[in-house]
Ligand binder design. Sequence first.
Ligand code: DAH
Length: 348
Amino acid sequence: MNLFATLEQAYQTAQAALEAAGDTSALEAWYADTLGRKGAITLQVRSVGQLPAEERPAFGKRVNEIKQALEAAYAARAEAIKQAELTRELEAGAVDVTLPGRPVPLGHLHLTTQTLRQIYTIFARMGFEVYDAPDVELESYNFDLLNIPEYHPARDMWDTFWMQQIHNSPTRLLLRTHTSPGQMRAMRERYPEPIRVILPGKCYRYEQITARSEHQFYQVEGLAVGKRITMTDLIGTLTQFAAMFYGPGHKMRVRSSYFPFTEPSIEMDMDCILCGGKGCRVCKYTGWLEIAGAGMVHPVVLKNGGYDPDEWSGFAFGFGVERPAMLKYNVSDIRYFYGNDLRFLRQF
Ligand code: DAH
């Protein structure tokens, strides 16, 4: 066959194939087969050598026309296919705006945070402000300045997580074992003002984890320092707190106790909220629950804080947060507070 006729036939075939290409991938294949490096039209150029010299320019010109025409047709087809695909996609993904919305799950505050906030509110109404103190503490603030010297047996009351000691540093760091070191920070910052603060925060103890004890837990410390503060102020404050946190009508009692940083030291008990004082497993059949350790700030501690104990006096108390929450919300195991089990958390 005449090379010109072959060329025209290849052109027609290519046009028909382009019409038939229905999507982007067919179109890409068409391009490679037709105008690509080894495409049918591209290869036509090679046959130019078989023609007599005088026919070559005309053949070359025709090949170029066809190429240009096919490039233009390809571009138009590509655009049409793109539009068609877009339309199809939009139709497939059409949103029915009349469908009801899907609810977005909302988180909420952790039970510990909720409990802490209740405690803040109660003490705020009695004029206490919240004072923040660090979790990583100096040994001196956690112990010595609170009248707990090294090697004193009272240190055994707090099993301690020590931080790795910075090379040659004379000070040792630890994770605070109680919120009491915040007392010292508040006093040293506020002297010579009177003080009425609560110090909430996480505490850490090197302890076996059980249903009743965690190695991390929250405490709320209280500290009042002033010129005529007495034990009755302390008992009144804790009694009022218990009434507002657990509800009115509870019996309270005071037992004497020992803490190195208070003198005298007491523990406040409340009648067991589960058995009403009759005795049950939770109150270990005593009818009473301990709600706080407390006392009058020890003169040595006042002095370490900058306050002259002949002029100033104060009370302090401290209690955990998870245990009161366990009592109030009937939670049987302290480990739930740190377990991050949504089935537990969602209940509150
Ligand atoms: N820091 C004590 C503890 O962790 C609790 C405590 C007892 C705090 C008596 C006080 C206090 O402020 O006066 O066991």
